[in-house]
Design a protein around this ligand. Structure first.
Ligand code: NAD
Length: 357
């Protein structure tokens, strides 16, 4: 079985590639433009694997995508490539419309033409799995409500609006053209190989460098956290076993306020790296670095996922609690400075291998 993965050099896509190559027999074709968020150093073992191919392609380039489909003849598609950072979508929404909306439309057209050219079992088994976010549902103000697969879309940021648009396009291609599609909407991920602009790695690395730990507003925003490797396992299960045309919400049942996440990281760093010079120079602890900053415009208050459907129908449950996953994550950043130092310095962009297909 060969799976075409878009965005396989990103945070979640790289976890999916690592999972597939380590734990399954499937082959992977990684289609990634290598924007600032793409890093082939996140999939070191893949580069040695005979079951892995990489091609540096923009998902907005239809001719290039048609050529990738024709050459690799994938059985399944997992579409993860996207612009993914909410703050960047506020500073510059254009790239989000281009990649998330136009790029998904272009992927759908390339996949449709390819799927229509297939026959027999290969055609019957084909799936286009679109990976999306719980942010499309907008805000939960109550403390007990949960997002289900039928919650109405009410996106707040340019990022979530662009992902909502892409979800609608995918479902329309299923309904109108019969393209075999599946959609998943997942909560906030965290874990190894996370680009340092996102909350968890940003806090870990700033703390290690003795820099302020910025927290939006009063830090009371609630997110439902899922360890990225649990998400990768869920995605592989859905693309293989999920029912056609269905949506599955994926979440960890781990609701935490942002300030709790930051404080937990500080406590773990005190435990794992008490000798850290930056924190000790002033005689203060990591929590003293916490700095409340002006809230993000349009900031959603609470997200929380009801992951009951994927649990009931596909038997998926996360293996990590927030407590176990965040411990692994902090330890990973302490053990892998070579990865994040090259990201922080920009050196990870220098020796990109280009099209190593
Ligand atoms: P990421 O920003 O870490 O990675 C995105 C990848 O897509 C990068 O490798 C980048 O090079 C690639 N890419 C960007 N534009 C491209 C283009 N035009 N053509 C080809 N490749 C391109 O993102 P992530 O956090 O790994 O998220 C992956 C997917 O999962 C996204 O669709 C995102 O919306 C969704 N998602 C993310 C989260 C989360 O917490 N990070 C939660 C739920 C859903």
């Amino acid at each position: 079985m060969k799976i075409l993965i878009t965005g396989g050099a990103g945070f979640i896509g790289s976890a999916v590639v690592r999972h597939i190559l380590a734990d399954t027999d499937a082959a992977v074709v990684n289609v990634d433009l290598l924007t600032y968020a793409g890093n082939l150093e996140s999939i070191p073992a893949a580069l040695q694997s005979e079951r892995y191919a990489f091609t540096q392609v923009d998902i907005c380039d239809l001719a290039a995508l048609n050529a990738v489909f024709a050459e690799h003849q994938p059985d399944l598609v997992m579409h993860l490539a996207a612009e993914s950072h909410v703050d960047r979508s506020i500073d510059g929404p254009g790239a989000f419309i281009q990649t998330n909306v136009v790029g998904t439309y272009t992927m759908l057209e390339a996949a449709r033409a390819y799927w229509q050219s297939l026959a027999g079992d290969k055609k019957a088994g084909f799936r286009f799995h679109h990976i999306s976010t719980d942010e499309v549902y907008g805000d939960l103000h109550g403390t007990s409500d949960l997002f289900t697969e039928t919650t109405a879309y009410e996106p707040s940021s340019p990022y979530s609006a662009s992902k909502a648009s892409s979800d609608h396009l995918v479902r329309a291609w299923g309904r109108t053209f019969g393209l075999p599609i599946i959609v998943t909407n997942c909560s906030n991920n965290y874990g190894p190989y996370h680009f340092p602009e996102k909350l968890v790695p940003h806090i870990i690395l700033n703390a290690l460098h003795g820099k302020p730990l910025p927290v939006y507003g009063d830090g009371s925003q609630i997110r439902d956290w899922l360890y990225v490797e649990d998400h990768a396992r869920a995605l592989f299960k859905v693309v293989n076993e999920g029912a056609l045309g269905e949506t599955y919400n994926i979440g960890g049942h781990n609701e935490k306020r942002n300030i709790e996440v930051v404080e937990t990281i500080c406590e773990l760093l005190e435990e794992f790296a008490p000798e850290n010079a930056n924190s000790r120079a002033s005689g203060k602890g990591f929590k003293d670095l916490i700095t409340f900053v002006k809230d993000r415009p349009g900031h959603d208050v609470r997200y929380a996922i009801d992951a009951g459907k994927i649990q009931r129908e596909l038997g998926w449950v996360p293996q990590e609690t927030f407590e176990s996953g965040i411990r692994k994550t902090v330890q990973w950043y302490l053990d892998n400075p070579q990865w994040w130092q090259r990201v922080l310095s920009g050196d990870y962009k220098l020796d990109r291998i280009g099209d190593a297909d």
